[in-house]
Design a protein around this ligand. Sequence first.
Ligand SMILES: Cc1cc2nc3c(=O)[nH]c(=O)nc-3n(C[C@H](O)[C@H](O)[C@H](O)COP(=O)(O)OP(=O)(O)OC[C@H]3O[C@@H](n4cnc5c(N)ncnc54)[C@H](O)[C@@H]3O)c2cc1C
Length: 380
Amino acid sequence: MDPVHDVLIIGGGIAGLSLASELADRRGSGAGIVLAETEPALAHHTSGRSAEQLIPSYGPEPVRELTAVTVAGLLDPRPVPPRPLAWPSRMVLVGTGAGLRAEAVPGMQELSRAALAELCPELACSPPEAVAGGLLDATSVRTDAAALVAWHRDRATAAGARILTGAPMTGAEPDAEGWRATAGGQRIRARQVVVAAGAWADEVAGRFGAAPLGLRPLRRTAALVRLARPLAPDHPMVVAAGSGWYYRRAGDGALVSPSEAVPSEPCDAQPVLEDVEDLVARLNAVTSLGATGIERAWTGLRTEAPDGVPVCGPDPDVPGLLWLAGQSGYGFQTSTAMARAAADLLLDGTVGPWCSRDTADALDPGRFRRGPGHPLPPLP
Ligand SMILES: Cc1cc2nc3c(=O)[nH]c(=O)nc-3n(C[C@H](O)[C@H](O)[C@H](O)COP(=O)(O)OP(=O)(O)OC[C@H]3O[C@@H](n4cnc5c(N)ncnc54)[C@H](O)[C@@H]3O)c2cc1C
């Protein structure tokens, strides 16, 4: 008879890996934890394509609460990693008065047009009808996505968790102990299953009999561009209020994104070069950055729940199935907190008390259907 694992996590992006590492740490052992990832490499899809910025003022209220928890955790990780996982890196929102007011949250510092031009000299020439001033988030941090992914992987595997790559989960059926799934040709039995499959989450959960939540994968492109004049090392990330295009320093050049949100099937998304070329033209029209060309462009899928708030909780109908999905453009900035919430549910059946009840309730997939989720059997 195949051994029964405690938990099978499907998906080796930042969501699945953060949970594997959190669970292994909390239980003092990774034994009984198995993670299956389709691709030969971890974080091949959206988690390998982000802008690596964690912005506490960005997103709806539950996201902001989860981001504050994640930022605190990544600035002071235990055990101390070989490379820093996060460091201070300010973000400034720029735009018109009405545009800024619509996105202002408490704690942001208002900047006049003159103060903004001092902070970001390349905006001094911007048309005042496009850039009237700014809102500074001095609590924003940058992360190193590759270092973070490696840290979670190593924390989980050092404690005895199994991470299978090149192992797509293709089938599942209930058995006496929970579930029997097939991943990469192997049969894996587990008491509980976590769907952390990014753009594929609805499809993967469907294999366990769950109804789709209506998650929408949305294409977003980023690119590295060459600049005539490099930005200062402490230059903040600049985000346009309303339209959302952004740029930030990346070596001698800049990382830029038009922040498009184009619906897509779950897939290995590829950039539409015209979108990036349009952005370079727009940046050169409203700033004196002097973008001279595109070095590399890539696209990922931000997968959004119908109400824009991530999902973490037991499926309302299917026993032993936990959703960890719908992270949209907040997957890194909420990763530690989302993993903590999922581990709370798996180990104790309830989230908290480190986050508010409102936020814990906002994550529950039961909000899209009737009533609270199916209780999960507690893990040993
Ligand atoms: C251009 C861009 C910029 C972004 N910038 C930021 C940012 O600055 N800050 C931030 O917080 N967020 C940002 N995001 C969002 C962030 O990258 C995502 O929210 C996050 O990566 C989602 O992680 P995930 O683990 O849920 O999904 P993924 O990384 O997509 O991982 C899901 C995994 O599940 C696997 N999988 C699917 N089906 C199966 C199956 N049947 N069996 C096994 N495995 C399966 C997939 O292969 C995939 O590896 C950005 C996104 C984009 C596109």
